[in-house]
Design a protein around this ligand. Structure first.
Ligand code: SF4
Length: 367
């Protein structure tokens, strides 16, 4: 297939669904790890079209959703400072911190700018040398190389007024945490194709072996997802646990070596807190000592304040596949995209937002 429409072809989708049904002899639980895949699954109704024996769980692969509250609070503190321009991608603007969000801070007069690339923030730093420029560096392995390149650029130009507020996280340790949990019920994973375009998929092989789960690197269109599920079911029924690559048009086993070199030049691996989930060892990136002056937390001496989150929000359990958005009593009633209680309702990749947008605006039990 060469064109996007072909990956949305309903006739091919029906055939794949028939084959999946024929192959499925018992109950299996599959987790997709990426918020983009969550939206495709819910938007196209894949979870409802699959045989009843297959349960789809949504994993913690939405970067906005897993950015912890204490980092959002630091973003709010920085953005409120005079003589500072805070730069962010637009999807972080409405993520609730303990007491506010970036949109409300901007409305009260702070200089917060939505950018499309960290290099835009570097340009703002060049153009405003009398001001401090901070870029909110959130995301997985997909965003980290570009953020690293921005720091390299600033380093080479000796730009003294540019820094990153870093909240970069890594996918394989999150998969390990989910599989290690005593209540884990995931039998197989769809790995996120875009992360693997950068990192390849060799990192998943020890996980598949250790936990005896098949992992299929999968793309984002409906037929990508169905094919990824078909490949997983074939392995599950046979009792194999290999890493396979459905997304061959974009992903190789080794990934993008240049991007990986940028990551290892700029960042060290560190423990990171994931919103709603807690600390996952060695699941994040932090700037290396050589580039520490570009780390906004160090530069501005930010401390951890008192963090508070909605006591109603169960997004942490949703991100670990332990709850469905419809299980949340606030869904569509006290929590909507216009008035979100948790990040999974805000983000364009969040599971709660996907259910709200494509299923129902009020509570609907899936039975
Ligand atoms: S519906 Fe809202 S309150 Fe409930 S889990 Fe989702 S984000 Fe949290």
């Amino acid at each position: 297939m060469k064109y996007l429409d072909e990956y949305r072809n309903p006739r091919l989708a029906s055939k794949m669904l028939e084959r999946i049904a024929e192959k499925t002899s018992r109950r299996w639980t599959i987790m997709e790890i990426c918020g983009g895949q969550t939206h495709t699954i819910i938007r196209s109704g894949i979870d409802r079209l699959l045989p009843d024996k297959i349960t789809i769980l949504h994993g913690p692969g939405c970067p906005v959703c897993v950015t912890p509250v204490h980092i959002v609070d630091k973003a709010l503190e920085l953005a409120s400072q005079p003589n500072l321009i805070f730069c962010t991608f637009g999807d972080m603007m409405r993520v609730p911190g303990s007491t506010a969000d970036l949109l409300s801070v901007k409305a009260s007069g702070s200089d917060i700018r939505i950018v499309y690339s960290p290099l835009d923030a570097v340009q703002i730093a060049r153009d405003n040398r009398q001001k401090e420029i901070v870029f909110f560096a959130v995301g997985f392995e997909t965003t980290a190389p570009a953020n690293g390149m921005a720091v390299l650029q600033a380093y080479e130009e000796n730009l003294e007024n540019f820094s990153l507020l870093v909240s970069q996280v890594l996918v394989p340790p999150a998969i390990e945490a989910i599989l290690s949990a005593p209540e884990n019920r995931v039998n197989g994973f769809l790995a996120a194709g875009h992360v693997c375009t950068v990192m390849g998929y060799h990192e998943y092989m020890p996980l598949a072996e250790k936990f005896r789960v098949p992992i299929v690197v999968t793309g984002f269109e409906p037929l990508d997802i169905l094919q990824g599920i078909e490949m997983l079911i074939a392995q599950l029924e046979k009792g194999t646990c290999r890493v396979e690559n459905q997304y061959r048009r974009a992903v190789t086993e080794d990934g993008n070596l240049h991007a990986q070199r940028v990551l290892s030049e700029l960042f060290d691996v560190t423990d990171r807190i994931w919103r709603g989930i807690g600390m996952i060892p060695r699941s994040g990136l932090t700037l290396k000592e050589k580039y520490r002056r570009f780390d906004a937390e160090v530069r501005f001496g930010l401390g951890d304040g008192v963090v508070s989150e909605s006591s109603e929000c169960v997004s942490g359990l949703i991100l670990q596949g332990a709850r469905n958005p419809f299980d949340c009593p606030a869904f569509g009633i006290r929590c909507t995209p216009e008035k979100p209680l948790g990040a999974t309702m805000v983000s364009s990749e969040g599971a709660c937002a996907a259910y709200y947008r494509y299923r129902a605006k009020t509570l609907e039990r899936t039975g």
